[in-house]
Design a protein around this ligand. Sequence first.
Ligand code: TRP
Ligand code: SF4
Length: 329
Amino acid sequence: MKKIVLSGMRPTGKLHIGHLSVIDNWINLQEEFDTNFFVADYHALTTQFDDTSMLQENIRNMMIDWLAIGLDPEKSTLFIQSQIKEHAELYLLFSMITPLSWLERCPTYKGQIDQFREQQGKDITTHGFLGYPLLQGADILLYLANFVPVGEDQLPHLEITREVARRFNHIYKTDLFPEPKGLLAKVPLLLGTDGRKMSKSYNNYINIMSETDEISSKVRSMITDPKRIRKDDPGNPDVCTVYSYQKIYNHEDVVEIEQSCKAGTIGCMDCKKKLISSLDRLLGPIREKRHSIEDNKKYIDDVIEFGREKAKVKAQINIEKIKEAMNLI
Ligand code: TRP
Ligand code: SF4
């Protein structure tokens, strides 16, 4: 039997190039594992409960982006969290055995509450937000997942998931739940095109769907070494945002770029052109694939329905076992 991999992503709008390496990592797992990837729409509600006007559009766009990048609905189970009611049911069952203190001391809890209050004047001290890691634990354990590819920021949630699994197994004298492990891929940390943290509110990221001229204008607006005035001034790539992108998207030429920048033999405009063309080479095929499927309503509906059926079978089998262990059935 293949080991089980599961991960999810909140539908926060169209994906940007920072997400690309995350999805590529998921794609690489498709052959070796039983892979399950879902759009975490319940999780989106933990912070965006007050404005759901874009939710359906965002969910669908996320699914379309995944397909365009290359996730395969035949190889993976691709589904939408809220379509599988067992996520909500398991979350409730887990809430009975989870000490409040485990959730209260989760570092993302206090951190995010402060961040939302400071940045948006918004109070997210809801029951649902406190329960965020537990809902995530339910997502993972519902499929008896062994591995969870996530970013480092998610590790506290995985720790809680393992604690819940252990506690459940102990209380109900079972070995039903594995203790899922995080799979940390080397996801490069990308800065925004303005050198600040990448953020929607700064509009400083490159969308996966960007057309060539949009890639071009974003790259042209990037800050280079500010001390470089003339084209043949020696530059310092380490302080240059363009260079931080070259390291990722022009990996093969990066030594040459570094040397010619330091020697003042390449101008920033030529350097940017190199980046523009390699980004365009990378995103072009994804863009084309997206264009070819995005208006095919039936195809997207079918993919979503197919994933729902596959996920439902797994979830129903497992929730039965879980409820049996608890003497609920
Ligand atoms: N919290 C995750 C994030 O923000 C999304 C998520 C929800 C998730 N449920 C999950 C990830 C289960 C992995 C497994 O990235
Ligand atoms: Fe940055 Fe390239 Fe200009 Fe050097 S030549 S400062 S790496 S843009």
